[in-house]
Design a protein around this ligand. Structure first.
Ligand code: ZN
Length: 799
């Protein structure tokens, strides 16, 4: 009933008030906004929408107890602390195993990562565990003075394949544990090698004690079991049984509105009004290959909350019309608020990292506290900080005059990031670029947890600073001209610092990407100042970018593609992203040039370049029908470069050319040596949301520039894939949509609106893989991907 009451009410109130907020939050969002006073405290997730709740309720087909307290002498303990049986603290009634451990060691890890992970191992005798597919255990943490702890679970296998895989992130599972209550862990292991299992274990991360916290903590474990359940689908394109893939955030007016089912008896489907249950739309789905049936209700435009049903399967509610994606916008903003550094964030951490310094070569130093932690660890860097703030400003522009509360809250959070970006620069080109921060510190300089970053003077860092500040200044001109002036001056200076280095012609690894960034930022500087010199800069960088593009169709390939970019003008290697993605930058800058100076002598070339890239997107989107997600990139056999590949930890598990070639050849063959991969070639770091969203951003930009509606549909589908239109029929965003998995949150915990690195691939396969196993990098929460979701949502609110 709720939507109708609100709509009726809003018609009667004055135009001024209705202009303050055109959008109606759904029940869940309305509750979060009220409880948090419009995001003045962090949002709480609704557990009834979590996949974990469904997993807890699965029928256990068979179960085997792995004795703990009853077989204490067999257990092994690795790392700091001591273990004993505790007969008082127990869920099984048999007693638990208690680990007492310090939360830090005398000396900090040089990598700034955690101090250690003391572990209790339940040994097994080279057992074949294929009769089971789930590990279950209860854990309880007593850690006075901290809000949350991070526990890990390991399967040790020494058969066909060693698990955990050395140097990779397979064979381990992690969960956030909240102190002072028993918590059940379930970890489905259908994809793990388990032919000769030597043990299963539980560990806890030694994170260091923040100010006021105890130096000791205890972990209790009890009721460890192996179970057999009907497992989640994890690999490939087959849709989860009895599930509908659709956009949990809903569908805007004019959107292509589709949902997907598989293996149904009858293709007729219905839309129901959520409040009354009344059928408001009926149609028949379109049968496709492999038993897929596409449900299309694009012509239904009545604003409201609906469910879709087919046979005896019914979706959860979603919005059609203006209110679609409103919850996703607020929740991704919540993620950034929760990730604030140098800030007292109740439920997550105390004021933090005031003692982490950035050192200038001349001896000056700046505290890097402030801004937002980058991911599950507490890393701090300019690139992701700037992109987070830029996404907020784009969203603010999109809702200005339509939702004043959201507009002002976006500007407030963007200002938090701006302060950090402007305060961590030394004024001579040097600034805080990035530093891994992986422990809590006590905010006292001179003790064991001190960390230091070395300031750097990098063109891309300064361009990102200039971009953020140039975009921001006009937003604050009226409300705070002093702050706006600071933004404007930083933008002008940072741009010049970048040009000082770029103009010296120092070689760079990827001249296309840097030129594309410089072109785009030049255009933001032009829009800020109106000065012709910035157009000249942008046009110059545009020439470099276009020299890196494949304009002629590759008629020697089975798909005659063109429009994609190479890393450099010599076209040695095609640009391919696998972790972060900047794929939108070439067309972002070119499109701004075409919009602002359409009569420039190079305009025809800019247009051809944009059209060629648009062709590329149209051509490649076909390969993953019916999901409609954009594939990774074209790769050439034997043509890779590991010199800039980041690998975490010891030099174990490094990639090889054989592994690269095996992955390439699992792609779609274009010629003897070229293949189009559906998903990027990747090794230790996997999860590809950023790669889909970089292309989606480009598609939105080109849809507007070329008036190409199909490209807008393609762009929107990439976002829908992240929030439900995927083989798992799950939202991958924590606390937004339905069936969202627990994510790898570590120091931040379970944060509403956190977007993970993304759906990954299994070994050398070229199909989606999204296990219940919770580990970095694929399940790790990340500013880079969360910013991109907010950024794409902003595109949908622009009209
Ligand atoms: Zn911090």
């Amino acid at each position: 009933m709720r939507p109708f009451i609100f709509i009726a009410f809003s018609i009667f109130i004055s135009m001024t008030v209705s202009a303050q907020c055109q959008y109606i939050p759904d029940v869940g969002l309305a509750k979060q906004l009220e409880e948090s006073r419009n995001l003045r405290s962090t949002f709480k997730a609704d557990p009834s929408n979590a996949a974990l709740t469904r997993w807890y309720g699965k029928e256990v087909i068979s179960s085997r107890i792995l004795p703990l307290a009853d077989d204490f002498e067999s257990l092994r303990h690795k790392g700091p602390g001591t273990i004993q049986v505790d007969r008082e603290m127990t869920v099984s009634g048999k007693g638990s195993i208690r680990l007492d451990t310090p939360v830090s060691l005398d000396v900090k890890n040089p990598s700034n990562r955690n101090y250690g992970m003391p572990e209790i191992i339940r040994p097994l005798d080279n057992e074949d565990l294929h009769d089971y597919n789930r590990f279950s255990v209860w854990v309880y943490v007593d850690a006075p003075g901290i809000y949350l702890a991070f526990t890990g679970f390991t399967l040790y296998n020494e058969g066909v394949k060693i698990m955990p895989v050395p140097g990779r992130f397979e064979g381990q599972h992690f969960e956030t544990v909240y102190p002072n209550k028993w918590q059940r862990i379930v970890w489905e292991i259908p994809d793990l090698y388990r032919d000769k299992v030597t043990g299963l274990s539980v560990n806890i991360m030694m994170t260091g004690a923040p100010a006021g916290a105890s130096e000791q903590m205890s972990l209790y474990i009890d009721d460890m079991r192996l179970e057999k359940v009907e497992p989640e689908n994890t690999r490939g394109f087959t849709l989860r049984k009895n599930a509908i893939a659709y956009s949990h955030s809903g569908y805007k007016h004019g959107a292509r509105k589709q949902a997907l089912v598989q293996n149904v008896k009858d293709v007729s489907f219905r839309l129901h009004d959520e409040a009354t249950g009344a059928v408001v739309y009926e149609s028949r789905g379109k049968a496709m290959e492999n038993g897929f049936v596409l449900l299309d209700f694009s012509d239904f435009e009545q604003r409201g909350q609906y469910t879709v049903s087919i046979g005896n399967i019914t979706s959860k509610p979603f919005a059609i019309g203006d209110d679609a994606y409103l919850a996703t916008a607020w929740r991704t903003l919540n993620f950034f608020y929760a990730e604030r550094c140098g800030y007292d964030q109740p439920g997550i951490h105390q004021e933090c990292h005031l003692d982490v310094l950035c050192m200038h070569p001349d001896g000056r130093s700046i505290s890097v506290a402030g801004g937002w932690h980058d991911a599950a660890d507490m890393t701090q860097g300019i690139g992701n900080t700037a992109e987070g703030g830029i996404a907020m400003l784009e969203m603010a522009a999109a809702v200005k005059g339509k939702d004043q509360v959201l507009y002002e809250r976006l500007l407030e959070e963007a200002r938090w990031g701006l302060n950090w970006v402007m305060r961590t620069r030394f004024g001579d080109g040097y600034r805080q670029g990035g530093l891994i921060i992986g422990i809590h510190t006590k905010n006292i300089r001179g003790d064991k947890d001190d960390m230091e970053a070395i300031a750097r003077n990098s063109p891309s860092d300064n361009l990102m600073g200039a971009y953020y500040c140039a975009l921001a200044a006009p937003f604050y001109d009226t409300s705070d001209p002093v702050f706006a002036r600071w933004c404007r001056n930083c933008a002008v200076e940072d741009f010049e610092f970048a040009m000082d280095i770029i103009n010296t012609g120092q070689p760079v690894n990827n001249s296309m990407e840097l030129s594309a960034l410089a072109m785009t930022v030049s255009m933001y500087m032009y829009r800020l100042t109106g000065k012709q010199s910035y157009i000249d800069y942008a046009a110059g960088f545009a020439r470099t970018v276009m020299n890196c593009q494949q304009l002629e169709r590759r008629k020697d390939w089975t798909m005659p593609l063109h429009g994609f970019f190479y890393e450099t003008a010599d076209k040695k290697r095609i640009q391919a992203y696998y972790h972060q993605s900047k794929e939108h930058l070439p067309v972002q800058g070119l499109s701004m040039l075409l919009t602002d100076v359409p009569n420039h002598k190079d305009a025809a070339q800019w247009k051809s370049s944009c059209q060629a890239y648009a062709d590329y997107l149209h051509d490649i989107v076909e390969v993953m029908t019916p999901y409609g997600i954009l594939p990774g990139a074209v790769y050439e056999v034997d043509n890779t470069d590991y010199s800039n590949l980041y690998h975490e930890g010891e030099q174990v598990g490094l990639p090889s050319l054989e592994e690269y070639n095996a992955q390439v050849k699992n792609g779609i063959r274009l010629s003897k040596t070229y293949y189009l991969r559906r998903f990027p070639v990747a090794y230790q770091f996997r999860g590809f949301h950023a790669v889909h969203m970089g292309k989606a951003k480009a598609a939105f930009i080109l849809a507007r520039l070329l008036n190409d509606t199909e490209l807008k549909y393609i762009a929107t589908r990439q976002l829908e894939y992240i929030i439900g239109f995927n083989p798992y029929a799950a939202s991958t965003i924590y606390g937004d949509g339905y069936d969202y998995h627990p994510l790898y949150g570590a120091y931040a915990g379970d944060v509403v609106g956190a977007v993970p690195v993304g759906i990954e691939t299994f070994e050398n396969d070229d199909e989606p893989y999204f296990p219940t196993q919770n580990n970095c990098t694929y399940k790790e929460i990340w500013t880079h991907t969360t910013a991109r979701v907010l950024w794409l949502v902003a595109e949908l609110f622009k009209e």
